[in-house]
Design a protein. Structure first.
Length: 112
């Protein structure tokens, strides 16, 4: 299994609880959630990847288990990787959902 399906379901639930209508897409060897065509967050292996944008980046990096996102040998600024996300409480997962939605809401919808 390339990702934890229970975690993916919990992640989607947190987005929907905030009024988002996420679309699941296979990415990163796992699942990513798109909001209006823009990637928000996703999970692969035993990690969660969260798009927080440039303004939320440093604060996100300061959170427990957060680190830089480097999937290709280059750090992806504006994204963080969370180690061990299956152990996150619902409140912690809700915080990450809120962070990504705050940023993704600033982006224009992608054309289909």
């Amino acid at each position: 299994m390339a990702y934890n399906p229970d975690l993916a379901d919990r992640m989607e639930t947190q987005l929907r609880a905030r009024g988002a209508e996420p679309v699941r897409k296979a990415m990163f060897g796992g699942i990513a959630f798109l909001i209006n065509g823009n990637m928000s967050y996703g999970t692969s292996r035993d990690e969660m990847h969260v798009r927080v944008g440039p303004d939320g980046y440093e604060d996100a990096l300061a959170q427990p288990n957060a680190g830089v996102m480097d999937m290709t040998g280059r750090v992806m600024k504006g994204w963080v990787t969370i180690a061990g996300p299956a152990d996150l409480s619902d409140d912690e997962l809700a915080d990450w959902a809120g962070r990504t939605l705050d940023f993704v809401a600033t982006l224009p919808p992608k054309k289909k």
